[in-house]
Design a protein around this ligand. Sequence first.
Ligand code: AMP
Length: 274
Amino acid sequence: MTQLRQRGYTIGFVPTMGALHEGHLSLIRRARKENRVVAVSIFVNPLQFGPHEDFTHYPRNLMCDRSLLAKEKVDYLFIPHPSGLYPKGFQTLVEVPSLARPLCGRFRPGHFRGVATVVAKLFNLAKPHRAYFGSKDYQQAVIVQRLAWDLNFDVKIRILPAVRDSDGLALSSRNTYLSPVQRKRALAIPRSLTWAKVEIQRGNRDIQYLRRGILFRLRSHLDRIDYVEFLEPKTLQAVRSIQSPLLIAIAGWVGKTRLIDNAIIKIQKQKGKS
Ligand code: AMP
């Protein structure tokens, strides 16, 4: 990669955990448009999974992934082995404490430390000019943005919109865990986000009402709700009043599958208010 950089080639990098779908491909296609060279990594990173999480069951489908990447004319595919990235004696970890504290950080201790550590390592190996992340995992994307800035990585972080199925469910490798009935129940998540967005666009500024409305729409479909949060998108601080832009983030469970989704809502100033 150093030689490619020296030759003046721009490198676009898309880190993934594989089981690729159109969400990943949207990042790869943007990378293809903006760079001379496109590199993708597939690595199910043990460091970002908790002891009781789905590391061993995480969907892996390398044959299918390889053929999708070939169709997209990806130039480099990294498939590191865990012992290559984390050899015996490995101990350096990357923490982005305040951005990692809320939302999924509360429910998945150590998760974002694992993400930040592997992303920093992959940036050092791939030496990209631009790296592409999905806003589906919004907290992860802002953490990566912060770490790239804080650690002086010479890389631009691009955050692209979530790709959804026609019924609104955000694509995720973990959706393959869902039975057809569970998948229908999971639709409560994007539907409740759309409901809140429409309410806000109609002028509703009552966070308690909006939160209750979302919870009401989720409760009968999800088995557990981890959080429904209203936050400032850059700092991930909870907001008490509706400001623009606004991040609404949801995590919940259908059966044994944990799902996350979010919406970033730009709010028009209400007439007559300064
Ligand atoms: P993963 O393989 O789940 O670690 O995801 C790799 C990258 O793809 C991350 O930057 C994700 O945010 C992004 N991604 C996952 N799902 C989607 C989606 N539905 N739309 C856009 N990007 C996505």
